[in-house]
Design a protein around this ligand. Structure first.
Ligand code: GDP
Ligand code: MG
Length: 162
């Protein structure tokens, strides 16, 4: 049985774009407006010769109503299902109240949790993400799902945790 990586986070932060980057193909549905992503949730992924199952929790995304409760439920499901959890926040926006709530939930996880700050498309954005240490999930890893910047380094960290 291959290890499971769950990708969690608010709608529209760039989860599906990052999933596609990890898969090396466009399978997860990327949406320009936030909302329910009706794409498949589980994908087979391969990095450095290691196979793992990638869960894009976009399939569990709620509408804006009850967002905090729904995202926390998403995190609970990930904690029960996955071997490693990747929390994705929007590196251009920083941590929102909902991000803080989900981080609080994930800090209780007995599985490793890795923090990715995506939409960091160039070096200019990198300084800002230091504030994300405050989420209490360790080092924030800058990445651009769109351009691929930092994705190899992030995957190395993720696979080390498996
Ligand atoms: P999800 O709802 O978390 O799955 O987010 P999506 O992957 O659907 O992306 C939401 C929006 O953010 C889309 O308009 C994407 O094009 C945009 N986006 C995602 N990743 C990046 C990135 O690395 N850089 C930039 N500039 N935009 C991104
Ligand atoms: Mg999505």
């Amino acid at each position: 049985v291959q290890p499971v990586l769950a990708v969690v986070g608010r709608p529209n932060v760039g989860k599906s774009t990052l999933v596609n980057r990890i898969l090396g193909r466009r399978e997860a549905v990327v949406q320009d407006v936030s909302g329910v992503t009706r794409d498949r949730v589980a994908y087979d992924a391969l990095w450095n010769g290691k196979r793992f199952t990638l869960l894009d929790t976009g399939g569990w995304e709620p509408d804006a109503k009850g967002m905090q409760a729904a995202i926390s439920a998403q995190a609970e499901t990930a904690m029960a299902t996955a071997d490693v959890i990747l929390l994705v926040v929007d590196g251009q926006v920083g941590a929102t109240a909902v991000d803080q709530a989900v981080a609080r939930t994930l800090r209780r996880s007995d599985r490793p949790v890795i923090l990715a700050a995506t939409k960091i498309d160039d070096s200019r954005g990198e300084g800002e993400i230091a504030a994300l240490w405050r989420l209490g999930l360790g080092e924030p890893h800058p990445v651009s799902g769109l351009h691929g910047r930092g994705s190899g380094d992030l995957l190395d960290v993720v696979l080390d945790a498996m």
